[in-house]
Design a protein around this ligand. Sequence first.
Ligand SMILES: Cc1cc2nc3c(=O)[nH]c(=O)nc-3n(C[C@H](O)[C@H](O)[C@H](O)COP(=O)(O)OP(=O)(O)OC[C@H]3O[C@@H](n4cnc5c(N)ncnc54)[C@H](O)[C@@H]3O)c2cc1C
Length: 391
Amino acid sequence: MTSVLISGASVAGPALAYWLHRYGFDVTVVEKSGLIRGGGYPIDIRGTAVDVVERMGVLPQVRAAHIDTARISVLNGAGRTIAAFRPGDITGTRDSTDVELPRGDLTSILYARTRDDVEYVFGDSIATLDSHHDRVDVTFERGGPRSFDYVVGADGLHSNTRRLAFGPERDYHRYLGCCFAGFTAPNTGGWSHEGILQNTPGRLAAIYAVGEQPWVHAMLAFATPEPGRDATGRADLVAGAFAGLGGEVPGLLGALAGADDVYFDTVSQIRMPGWVAGRVVLVGDAAYAPSFLTGQGTSLALAGAYVLAGELRNGTPAAYEARMRDYVTRNQALADGGIGVLPRTRGQLWMRNQAFRLLPLLARADLIGRDQRRAATALVLPARQDQQDVP
Ligand SMILES: Cc1cc2nc3c(=O)[nH]c(=O)nc-3n(C[C@H](O)[C@H](O)[C@H](O)COP(=O)(O)OP(=O)(O)OC[C@H]3O[C@@H](n4cnc5c(N)ncnc54)[C@H](O)[C@@H]3O)c2cc1C
């Protein structure tokens, strides 16, 4: 039986584990975190990726977790509402089958689907990889050494597997010019099933109320030269970027100061010439993170896992790159075009706000969201019978 070690148990990892097990592989997943957590910020499953979760038999559970956002409100710097629309208006998918759910809920669903068939090792991480023509020898931070036929890195934007097998992150990292702090904040507005975007040039304060919870997901994103990896001074960087702004910002800065779950990162993409190095392969954000500006990271991870599993079943991961490249390129390109959530200049913000005001009209006339829709469906999945689906 061909053995595969997958590093990372978020979206790409468990999805790949599902398909590889189904194709008769012996699968182990190692996850650095100690447990699977539900909840988290909302992610999208769009276009081709909806077909993937349907083929996995988890579409009913995924749909049951759908957030069903009713409205996105756009505020000016002072906090006054200047536009409102439905999320589907901006992606050109108003009446589509796309799903939005908390990232941890998707992970929990994928984990529940695979945990009886796949070995999960939590609280550990790959320490070294030694590739040979017929196997990969692996040592772990905690567990004893083992050998596998293949190792797959599904360990996200800052992938450990990529560093070990392909070289340092800086060789593949494309900084998109902004940073963000994500955290939970008290639901002071009684918000429910809605999002709020408050912009000034180069600044975005975002609030996302998934349901009727007493807390919301908050994000403060801002344009800035690329910061170093050193974490000191980041809180000051965020506070400085938003100082003096009104509306929701003072409340969010207060919540940020008291939050115990602050997640700070750059807004970045991973761009690589290839995702296969002998018997080590990358999938999901580790290989082609598109950034949250595209809303397509989860879909790329799900579709990539499906395609990679099919190619490994065919005996080699080589064709995985050819099948995925155009889909990845189109989706990564979304970060550079369209109506941005983070316009940098006064002029860009004015233009963006005019477009947001007209969004429902533009969407109805099919004048917006076409690039997103085309990118989301750019991958044609291999036919079901080619994948030897088990009913
Ligand atoms: C704030 C924010 C908002 C986002 N919004 C959206 C959105 O609206 N729509 C959308 O589609 N996408 C969104 N994304 C992106 C989306 O979360 C990712 O594209 C998607 O989760 C990629 O899945 P993945 O499995 O490839 O990687 P990840 O979800 O990053 O998972 C990587 C996994 O690997 C584990 N890991 C890391 N290092 C190691 C190690 N050394 N050893 C073992 N395990 C390790 C991690 O703990 C994690 O479980 C957003 C991301 C962020 C940060």
